[in-house]
Design a protein around this ligand. Structure first.
Ligand code: HDD
Length: 760
């Protein structure tokens, strides 16, 4: 007798439960199967559908109770254990043959610990690798009902969201305040499934067709030989590409404007970029562009500030977002829609709505608010949430559909594809941060990192074995039904429509809409970036592009480069400026603004307390800067020092105030501080003079057109820093509270624009 067959039959006898009908499944326990080399005489399948086959398992297949909280599985119990749950008595020493002997291979704890560590990193995002994120809530106003049936837009509906901001070009560890586009991706966990709005802080894109995405990214990323520069567009390959590929002109101009260096993620607009197709309850369609409008206004850094911050605090934006949320200054954005009739030609006022290098000026199609986003909670674990969140343009809900924009078509492929390699398989939707907040009943099975224990035997349709389940829904039961739009009869071609050839009229519109100071920043940015290029041909070609935007822009940049300015090769139009494109000429709340208060033990500490309280009441962040850390007035009413002179730099603050006359005319910063100041590169310290680090802070803050000043006898110190006490944005007086009030009012405009020679 065949011994293998005998063994199998013996095993079958033990496993098979006597039953006349098909086996009943024990919930949470796989039904016993008959191992067999031959077809069984009595089929054990089909199994009847289980009553709870769509619900989450309450017990594991081995009978352990499941709470459903994955964090609990990873961190339960008071004792340190191995990954298998066995308690450990030591995790600091390898198992050795004697104290000085060799480490033993049998040390399974050592091997598990190091092996897990070796695999801790996953590939970073191919673009947008550097990011910061937060949880929040979106509340619909109900104003979008006419155009979209999306349930989360209905009045008062509160939807949990997760928002990730990012830079595009840099690696995961790169600095925050580089000149770059910023990602603005929002995941809505709606009652109808997940909706991802994967946008940027710039409303146009470099390319019109997704097939060129690898080209623009290869050009923008560091040079392949030396892998420099990091997180910068200021290099030859980037400018080589964008000067040859002129459809990138519009996006590049936005990058060179102040939009490329935001003050904070909280102070950026966001744009869905593409035109989307909205569908209402009656099935009528409307074309629309999504806009996020920050309640704090749109504000930027100055280029010098941005560069200094890269060294002083490379995590500036990440820290700013987390600190603001922790302090209760929850950033908010209104979601708005620009809507357009869904006409056959997909044009609006001569603008091609399928061309993602074009905007529709808000003056032509106003942004109508449809809801508000509030970010109110920081992430608990960066890797689990910010790193593992997977956005996808194809995560759509009923009422929001895509158009035939060729840029979005490629994105619909790319996002899903990239998550598979980044997150190691197709089951990334099961990761806690990506899980929909509604029941999921798909027929997707198995694959790497599968953590669901699916029930039933028929993950296919049609089926009879699982009772025909799951059922299909109709549009009235919340199904996503594509809008049945007509596709024009056409031949297959690799071509773009003629309207896509206009690469310069909208860059010109943007340039003409800028205030003088914003134009000056654009000129400096182009001059800086092109000065970093080596190839003369690249610079000359870029100047020819600039000539097609504006002769002044071209001439000024050419002068900076020491090159002749070429003539335009296209006719320069005179479009009506769009004031909505400028960031200036408004006032906004000061929430989360950082006010530095320079003080020492002899300062007016009562005034310091007054300013701190007033700043906190105004939602600002007051930070006391003193010669050393610790507290001032420890025996009285102690004032905690948040920054020492050694660690503080002006770029951290939106405004700087002097509390009385710290360090002026006295030897408060004696030999030790003088040494520290010199070591920090601050130069010679005149004996009895103001600490040069304070002088540097004031000079720099003033140069960056920030509000500076103080109360008491501060004129002499300000003058040492070349700050004219009566000048614009310099607040002085005898009363600390009044000085703060003047500061708060000026901060509403973000900077002291009068101090810029070009003005607004
Ligand atoms: Fe993209 C990430 C925004 C065009 C391919 N993109 C990514 C992120 C944002 C954007 C914000 C980061 C999401 C996150 O925080 O995880 N991308 C845009 C916008 C575009 C755009 C606004 C144009 C309108 N992207 C675009 C094209 C392609 C991609 C044309 C490819 C054909 N994008 C990707 C990607 C990424 C990505 C490779 C990298 C990591 C990821 O998806 O999850 O698939």
């Amino acid at each position: 007798k065949n011994p293998l067959k005998a063994a199998v039959e013996k095993a079958a006898d033990t496993l098979r439960e006597p039953s006349d009908g098909p086996e009943e499944g024990v919930p949470g326990k796989p039904a016993a199967r008959t191992p067999s080399l031959e077809q069984p005489t009595r089929p054990v399948e089909p199994l009847p559908p289980k009553a709870d086959q769509t619900g989450p398992a309450e017990v594991s297949p081995t009978g352990q109770e499941l709470s459903g909280d994955p964090a609990e599985a990873a961190q339960a119990g008071a004792h340190l254990t191995t990954a298998q749950g066995t308690r450990l008595y030591d995790t600091d020493h390898s198992l050795k043959a004697g104290e000085r002997g060799p480490v033993l291979l049998q040390d399974h704890h050592l091997r598990e610990k190091i092996t897990h560590f070796d695999h801790e990193r996953i590939p970073e995002r191919v673009v947008h690798a550097r990011g910061a994120a937060a949880h929040g809530v979106f509340v619909g106003y109900g104003t979008a009902g006419d155009v979209s049936r999306a349930a989360f837009l209905a009045e008062g509906v509160a939807t949990p969201v997760f928002t990730r901001f990012s830079t595009v070009l840099g690696s995961r560890g790169s600095a925050d305040t580089v000149r770059d586009t910023r990602g603005f991706a929002v995941k809505f966990y709606t009652d109808e499934g997940v909706f991802d709005l994967v946008g940027n802080n710039i409303p146009v894109f470099f390319i019109q067709d997704a097939i060129k995405f690898p080209d623009i990214i290869h050009a923008g990323k560091p040079h392949p030989d030396r892998e420099i520069p990091q997180a910068q567009s200021a290099h030859d390959t980037f400018w080589d590409f964008v000067s040859l590929h002129t459809e990138a002109t519009h996006h590049t101009l936005w990058n060179m404007s102040d939009r490329g260096i935001p003050r904070s993620y909280r102070m950026m607009e966001g744009f869905g970029v593409h035109t989307f197709r909205l569908v209402n309850a009656a099935g009528a369609t409307t074309l629309a562009k999504f806009h996020w409008k920050p309640k704090l206004g749109v504000h930027s850094l100055l280029w010098e500030e941005a560069q200094v911050i890269n060294g002083v605090d490379p995590d500036f934006h990440r820290r700013d977002l987390a600190d603001a949320i922790e302090a209760g200054a929850h950033p908010q954005w209104e979601l708005g829609l620009q809507t357009f009739p869904d006409t056959e030609d997909q044009m609006f006022e001569g603008i091609d709505l399928l061309d993602s290098t074009k905007i529709v000026p808000e003056e032509l199609a106003p942004v109508q608010p449809v809801g508000v986003l509030t970010l109110n909670a920081n992430v608990s674990n960066y890797f689990a949430e910010t790193e593992q969140v997977a956005f996808h343009v194809g995560h759509l809900v009923p009422g929001i559909d895509v158009t035939d924009d060729p840029l979005v078509a490629g994105r619909l492929h790319s996002y899903l594809d990239t998550q598979i390699s980044r997150l190691g398989g197709p089951n990334f939707a099961q990761l806690p941060i990506n899980r929909p907040h509604v029941p999921v009943n798909d027929m997707l099975r198995d694959g790497r990192h599968q953590s669901a224990v699916h029930r039933g035997v028929a993950p296919y349709r049609p089926n009879s074995l699982d009772g025909g389940c799951p059922f299909l829904a109709g549009a009235t039961e919340g199904a996503f039904v594509e809008a049945p739009v007509t596709v024009p009869e056409a031949s297959k071609v690799r071509r773009a429509p003629a309207s896509y050839d206009d690469h310069f009229s909208q860059p010109r519109l943007f340039w003409l809409s800028m205030t003088p100071v914003e134009r000056e920043h654009i000129i400096s940015a182009y001059t800086f970036e092109l000065s970093k290029c080596y190839e003369q041909a690249v610079k000359e070609r870029t100047l020819r592009v600039l000539a097609n935007i504006d002769p002044v822009l071209c001439q000024e940049v050419a002068t900076g480069l020491g090159l002749p300015a070429p003539e335009a090769t296209v006719e320069l139009g005179t479009p009506a400026p769009s004031p909505a494109l400028s960031q200036l000429r408004g006032t906004w709340p000061g929430d989360g603004r950082v006010v530095g208060i320079v003080a020492d033990a002899d300062s007016d500490l009562a005034g310091v307390r007054t300013v701190r309280e007033a700043a906190l009441a105004a939602g600002m962040v007051p930070l006391v800067i003193a010669p050393t850390g610790g507290v001032l007035d420890p025996d009285g009413d102690p004032v905690t020092v948040q920054r020492s002179f050694t660690a503080a730099r002006s770029v951290e603050f939106d405004a700087v105030l002097l509390a009385g006359v710290p360090a002026a005319g006295k030897d408060a910063y004696g030999a030790r501080d003088a040494r520290a100041a010199r070591a920090a590169g601050a130069g010679a310290v005149p004996r009895g003079g103001t600490d040069p680090r304070v002088v540097l802070m004031l000079t720099e803050a003033f140069r960056h057109n920030k509000v500076v000043g103080g109360w008491g006898d501060v004129a002499a110190v300000l003058e040492q820093a070349d700050v004219s006490p009566g000048g614009p944005g310099v607040v002085t007086g005898t009363d600390a509270g009044a000085v703060f009030d003047a500061l708060a009012e000026l901060l509403g405009a973000h900077r002291v624009w009068d101090r810029f020679p070009a003005g607004v």
